[in-house]
Design a protein around this ligand. Structure first.
Ligand SMILES: [Zn+2]
Length: 493
C-alpha cells in the first residue's frame, strides 16, 4: 500500500489509533455470515452487543465466535486484526469493544461499482490502541437557546470520537422539583428527554456528569447579557446572593440548604455519576455583602467547598472545580495564563486546606509561547496543581494549537486527562476543529491532524452517520448548523 493510500486511511480516523498498519491483499467483506472472532476477559452480553452494532452500522448478521481470554492491558484498550477472511478483536470488556467498533465504523468503506449500497468492506490491517489518558471529557452547555436534539448530536459525536465523559452545564433550564424557582420560569428542558440522553450516553460509552456553579456564575446566565435566571423573576430571593447577584452568599445558611437540595437532585437525576462539577470560576464579587465582607473570605470558601465535597464524596462522587480562583492573578509566575483570584481575595493559600481528591479543572484558552526557540507553552498552573498532588484536567477551548499542546502536556505529565470546553461556540466553522482537535489530543496526542480539510470532511461524515442513527430527516437537523446562510443574507432573512 503506498503512502498516499495510508495517509487517506489514517486521516479518516478521529482519533488516530496508537498503532495502525495496513496490508495489501483482498479486502475483508462485511456481509451476512462474515466471520468475527471476539476475545474478551468479560464476555457477558458481548455477543448480543456485537450483533446489535453490526446490524446498526452495516445492516448485517455476522458469524460471531466469542472466546474468554485474559487481557493485561488497559480496560479501554483493544486490538484488531483484519485479513481477507478473518476479523479478530481483543479487549477486556464492553468499553474496549465499543472503542474497537467505533474505529472500524470510521475505517469501513462502501463497495464500489453499484448505484445502491450493497456492502461495506475493510482493508487488511492490524490496530493496537489504548488511550493516553483516562478522563477524556467534553463540556457542553444547555442554554435556553439549546434544543436537546442538538445536545444528543454532540453527545453522540463525542462518544464516536472516544470521549468517555461529558460534563453538562444547564443554564437555568433544569426543572428542579425541590426548588422550581431556581431557573427560568418560562424556559425549561424536557427532563424525560434529558434522561433519555443520559441513558443513551451510557450505551455509547460516555458518562454524563452534571455541573452546578456553587460560587460565581450564580446567575446561570452569561454576564455579558445582564440576565439572571433566578433574580430576574424572583426579587424575594436576593438574600441568597451577594448584592450584585453574581455569587452566592456564603454566610447565609439558607444558601447552603437550598444548594444541597439542588446538588443532590441533580446528582440523582444523572444516575449518580462518579464526578460532579461545582464550577467555582470567576467569582469576582465574592464576599461583598455586609455579613460576608466582615469574615475571612478564605475560611468561608473553604468551609463551603469542603461541605459540598463531603456531601458528594458520601454519594460516591468526586468533586471537579475550576482552578482560577485558587491562584492570585498578580503573581508573576502565572503571567500569560488564566487565573482569576484577586490579591484582595487572599485565596492563594486555600488549596492547601482543600481535600486533595478534588479534581482541578485548569481552563487555559490561549497558546502563550514560552520562548521563540521552543514555542511550546509551559502550562505552569496545571504543573503547579499536579505538584501539589491534585488530579488535574487540562481544559482547552477553541485555540487548536492550545488544545494540541495541552494534550501533549497532559500525556507527558500523566495528568488525569482533558475536559474540552465548548461554551457558546460549538457550531459553525469551529465545530469540526473543536471536536477533532480535542479527540486527537486526548486519545493520542502524538498524532494531531488539527485543521486539515480532510478532518472537517471526516467530522461531517461522522455527523451524517449520527444523523442516520437518529433517523434525522429535517433540513435544519442535518450537519452541525441549522442554516447555511446567516439571517439577513438570504431572501427570508
Ligand atoms: Zn454574603
Amino acid at each position: 500500500m503506498n503512502e498516499r493510500e495510508i495517509k487517506i486511511l489514517t486521516e479518516r480516523l478521529i482519533p488516530v489509533p496508537q498503532n495502525i498498519t495496513f496490508a495489501d491483499g483482498a479486502d475483508y467483506i462485511i456481509n451476512n455470515g462474515c466471520p468475527v472472532t471476539l476475545k474478551a476477559m468479560e464476555t457477558d452480553g458481548i455477543t448480543e452487543k456485537a450483533a446489535e452494532i453490526f446490524k446498526s452500522y452495516w445492516n448485517v448478521v455476522p458469524a460471531i465466535t466469542l472466546r474468554n481470554e485474559t487481557w493485561d492491558k488497559e480496560e479501554e484498550a483493544y486490538t484488531i486484526d483484519v485479513t481477507a477472511h478473518r476479523m479478530e478483536i481483543c479487549f477486556a470488556g464492553l468499553k474496549g469493544f465499543l472503542n474497537a467498533m467505533k474505529t472500524l465504523r470510521q475505517l469501513a468503506e462502501v463497495q464500489r461499482g453499484t448505484e445502491r449500497l450493497q456492502e461495506y468492506f475493510l482493508v487488511q490491517c492490524r490496530i493496537e490502541d489504548t488511550p493516553a489518558m483516562s478522563f477524556r471529557g467534553i463540556h457542553l452547555c444547555i442554554f435556553p437557546e439549546t434544543p436537546l436534539w442538538d445536545i444528543e448530536k454532540q453527545i453522540r459525536l463525542a462518544a464516536y470520537h472516544k470521549f468517555n465523559y461529558a460534563v453538562i452545564e444547564t443554564w437555568g433550564v433544569f426543572p428542579f422539583e425541590s426548588h422550581p424557582e431556581f431557573g427560568w420560569a418560562d424556559v425549561k428542558i424536557d427532563k424525560k428527554e434529558l434522561k433519555r440522553i443520559i441513558r443513551l450516553g451510557k450505551e455509547l460509552g460516555i458518562t454524563l456528569c452534571p455541573q452546578f456553579n456553587l460560587l460565581g456564575h450564580a446567575t446561570a446566565s452569561r454576564s455579558i447579557t445582564g440576565k439572571h435566571a433566578i433574580l430576574s423573576y424572583n426579587p424575594s430571593l436576593q438574600p441568597l446572593f451577594e448584592p450584585e447577584g453574581w455569587t452566592w452568599c456564603l454566610t447565609n445558611p439558607k444558601t447552603r440548604s437550598i444548594l444541597t437540595d439542588l446538588v443532590v437532585e441533580l446528582h440523582e437525576f444523572y444516575d449518580n455519576p462518579p464526578f460532579f462539577h461545582i464550577g467555582c470560576d470567576e467569582a469576582d464579587n465574592i464576599g461583598t455583602c455586609r455579613d460576608c465582607r466582615r469574615k475571612v473570605l478564605k475560611d468561608l470558601v473553604k468551609d463551603h467547598i469542603c461541605y459540598f465535597h463531603d456531601l458528594l464524596a458520601a454519594r460516591g462522587a468526586r468533586t471537579i472545580m475550576w482552578h482560577d480562583m485558587l491562584l492570585d492573578r498578580s503573581d508573576p509566575q502565572w503571567n500569560g495564563y488564566i487565573v482569576c483570584g484577586l490579591p484582595e481575595h487572599q485565596l492563594s493559600e486555600l488549596y492547601k486546606e482543600l481535600p486533595h481528591d478534588i479534581v482541578i479543572a485548569d481552563w487555559q484558552y490561549g497558546y502563550p509561547k514560552t520562548k521563540e526557540e521552543d514555542p511550546e507553552p509551559a502550562w505552569p498552573t496545571g504543573k503547579f496543581f499536579k505538584d501539589e498532588n491534585f488530579d488535574v484536567l487540562v481544559c482547552p477551548w477553541i485555540n487548536n494549537e492550545g488544545t494540541r499542546s495541552l494534550g501533549k502536556f497532559a500525556a507527558e505529565e500523566k495528568l488525569l486527562g482533558m475536559l474540552e470546553t465548548t461554551w457558546n461556540i460549538c457550531h459553525g466553522p469551529e465545530h469540526a476543529r473543536i471536536y477533532a482537535t480535542a479527540a486527537y489530543a486526548a486519545w493520542n496526542p502524538a498524532v494531531n491532524f488539527m485543521t486539515t480539510l480532510s478532518t472537517r470532511l471526516s467530522v461531517a461524515q461522522h455527523m451524517r452517520q449520527i444523523g442516520w442513527d437518529m433517523g434525522v430527516n429535517e433540513y435544519t437537523l442535518t450537519g452541525w448548523n441549522m442554516y447555511q446562510v446567516d439571517a439577513g443574507h438570504h431572501p427570508g432573512g
